[in-house]
Design a protein around this ligand. Structure first.
Ligand SMILES: Nc1ncnc2c1ncn2[C@@H]1O[C@H](COP(=O)(O)OP(=O)(O)OP(=O)(O)O)[C@@H](O)[C@H]1O
Length: 268
């Protein structure tokens, strides 16, 4: 199988400030105020066409940051992501304009994807039907619940038929019927050999849907490999983690946070 997405030593740094004063100080004297935080720290792995890759990790480990970089929504601070084909991210709220109505968002996103007027007229009824939003499609998106936003985002993205699709928690907020319908659509994509990245806290769904897993811990790649191997290790880890006292969980998280704050090469 040909490689579809290659992630080469990718990092994403954010500058963290404790106050507005520190932020302004850093603008005046760059590098003097605040500190760097590695949301993603030197991740490398490659996936093949037709792979369905689950991204797992505890809260704040960096799953969304990595998904957004794969989808081209945010650029890496260093490293490179090579995607062979068009990528579309389906996330709660992704790329929707809250001031516009559902129908205006459809037109807006279709224009961004380079569709002609005729193509937009052709796909709009399909998107509206898939979204199940009924007359809410004429309401501004700011009035939507998170489930409704997810339905709209999902309906637009699946109609676009991208080569590579990144789903970030988008299946967890809608109702069960919509989640089932969306999962069926994803299975259809899977059968057609598309590459899928899947972020979900529903580990049962991840295990049944994905053939490979990337386990992210504190912004770094802890393990990448076949689902049965990595999920076994991840489930064991979660069991151990859940057994820890509140203080020990905090201490574990602090250790990871410190490593990210100072950079992996300058561990304290
Ligand atoms: N724009 C930003 N500015 C500063 N820090 C950020 C920014 N975006 C994310 N982070 C930090 O990067 C880390 C990774 O966040 P991310 O949302 O990618 O984690 P996640 O694994 O998706 O978490 P969750 O499971 O809770 O959704 C977190 O500590 C978060 O606070």
């Amino acid at each position: 199988m040909a490689e579809s997405v290659i992630i080469k030593n990718v990092s994403k740094k954010y500058r963290m400030y404790r106050s507005k004063k520190e932020q302004i100080g850093d603008l005046l004297f760059p590098g003097k105020m605040g500190s760097d935080f590695n949301a993603i720290d030197g991740i490398s792995f490659a996936v093949e066409e037709g792979d369905v890759v689950g991204l797992v990790g505890i809260n704040g480990s960096g799953k969304s940051t990595l998904s957004n970089m794969i989808g081209g929504i945010i650029p890496p601070s260093s490293g490179e992501i090579i995607a062979k084909g068009e990528v579309n991210v389906i996330a709660i709220n992704a790329g929707l304009n809250n001031q516009l109505t559902g129908i205006e968002n459809i037109e807006f996103k279709c224009l961004l994807m380079g569709y002609s007027k005729e193509k937009i007229d052709e796909v709009t009824p399909q998107i509206v039907e898939f979204s199940e939003l009924g007359d809410f499609i004429y309401q501004p998106v700011k009035k939507y619940s998170s489930g409704m936003k997810s339905k709209l985002g999902f309906a637009i993205s699946v109609t676009a038929d991208p080569d590579i699709i990144v789903i970030d928690e988008a299946l967890s907020v809608g109702d069960q019927t919509f989640a089932d319908k969306s999962l069926a659509k994803m299975n259809e994509y899977k059968k057609r050999g598309k590459t899928i990245f899947f972020v979900s806290h529903n580990l049962r769904q991840v295990t049944s849907f994905c053939n490979k897993i990337a386990w992210i811990e504190g912004g770094q790649l802890r393990e990448f490999g076949p689902t049965n191997v990595v999920m076994k290790n991840y489930n064991d880890f979660i069991k151990q983690y859940n057994k820890l006292s509140y203080e020990d969980q905090k201490a574990f998280q602090k250790k990871l946070a410190d490593r990210r704050k100072y950079g992996s090469k300058k561990k304290k």
